[in-house]
Design a binder for this molecule. Sequence first.
Ligand code: SPD
Length: 387
Amino acid sequence: MMKKYLWSFALSAIVLAGCGKKEEPVAVAPAPVVSAPAAAPVNTEEKVLNIYNWADYIPEGMIATFEKETGIKVNYDTFETNEALHAKLVAGNSGYDIVVPGSVFAKPQIEGGLLQALDKSKIPNLSNLDAPIMATLAAKTDPANKHLVPWAWGFTTVGINKTKVAKALGKTPMPENAWDLVFKPEYTSKLKSCGIAYLDSPTEIIPVALHYIGKDAYSNDPADYKLATDMLAKVRKDVRIFSSTMIDDIAGGKACVAIGWSGDINIAAARAVENKSKDEIESLLPSTGALIFFDTMAITKDAKHPNNAHAFIDFYLRAENAALMSNEMNYPTANKAGVPMVKPEIAGNKTIFVEADYFAKMIPPSSFSNEAREAMANAYNSFKKGK
Ligand code: SPD
């Protein structure tokens, strides 16, 4: 760099020397050699950024603030399942620059070359992230944290409309283990009257079913999927909805119990309060534990706007933006610098930022091989068809 600079300094001196009239040489002291400041890289990309994220995951106004500040126009699309995002990435030319896979899918996506390594020099706010969470991601999913930046984390659990569930259960008391509400015929046979909803995704339901029957939630053994679907078959007739939009399902009254994501269930709870509903919605903490997930931002291998993508990732990692996500979307942030800015009612909600003793019994995410995912999809689809 220095050599190059001296070379161009000399070149411009020659060019300058060739201009104007010839003069008598004058003795001058040699100019001191100064090192040039490193030139800021120029972002020559078109001012566009295409983002593909989960539905109901970004605070209102955040995209507009980024656009106003940078002049970059953001096209923001949403998906509802990891499977939907994965299919787009595998097909290639998705057109998206930033995607937000769950870590369970991000691992095979990194291994399959679908995501590019980040240029960390363009993301100074990486230092805001929580070191233990990053160490976990590095150990289990993304060696040396080369590709992934956490968007949020949360857990898969059971959400209920407390009022309707109490009515449907009648004299039957609530079970100690909330998973019984969605997996045990004694409960499902009663709750079917007010609506049971399952996430419409094999990699969401099979792991919780495996956990319920005492198997490894991230088993890669298809024989285990058979055991899980044998258990599920007993309650199949009681499940009314397969959907990944539990906010509408529970808050809109289509279901009184749902397998869903902690933050979305809390959004449904807040919506019921806003709407002055007489029904109370609650995200439960099953006694045997819930399944933790990390959703992570990554830049696609064929992104057309990688510089803009880095700029957005750094913007999102500002402490105040991370806190805004937790405050509005009810998911814990992995941004340590942002945590002090989280509202006390969110930070103190044990179904959002869970307490240490419950966290200890939660099931951390792992991943599945491509073959296992295929076997799981087949098992799940057969279960849905009631076979
Ligand atoms: N509304 C945002 C929901 C994000 C859910 N991500 C879940 C990944 C779980 N495997």
